[in-house]
Design a protein around this ligand. Sequence first.
Ligand code: RP5
Length: 164
Amino acid sequence: MSESNKILVAVVMGSKSDWDVMRAADETLSKFGVNHVCRVLSAHRTPKQLEQFLSELDRQGCEVYIAAAGGAAHLAGVVAAQTVAPVLGVPMESQSLKGLDSLLAMVQMPGGIPVGTLAIGKAGATNAALLAVAILANSRPALKEKLVAFRAEQAEKILKETLS
Ligand code: RP5
C-alpha cells in the first residue's frame, strides 16, 4: 500500500458520546494532512469487533493508535495489549467523577504494556493528535516542517494578544 492511501493513525473511542471531544483529534490530524480513520468501538461492548479492527489496521501498517474512553476506561489498555505500535490514551470527562476515574483507569497500566496518557478532554484529544504527528514526523521531514510552522504560528498568535 502506498504512503498516500495508507492509514497512519487510528482514532478509536468507546462511545459516540465521546465524539464531540474527539473531533478535536480528527480535526488536528486533518489539518496536518495525516491519513487517519475514526471509529466507535468499545473494549467492553464490542470486544471482538475491536480485536478484528486492530488486527486489520496493524496488518495494513497503521503506525499510531489514539484511544479515548470514559469511566472504567480500559480501551487504550486493551488496544495496547494487541499492538506494539504507540498507543495514546485520552481520558473522557465522566458525569460522576469528572474524568478522574477515566484518567486513573487509563494511566495506571502495568509495566510492560505502555499507554501514553494525555490530559482529560479536549486538550488531551488535540495533544494526542499532535503527539501522533510528532511520532510520524520523526521519519517524515515534510511533516516535521509543518509541526515547526504550527508552533511558530501558535507563538505568534500569543505574542500578538493585547489586554484591554
Ligand atoms: C465509555 O463509557 C465511553 O468511552 C464513554 O466515555 C462512557 C460512556 O458511554 P455512553 O454510556 O455514553 O455510551 O465506554
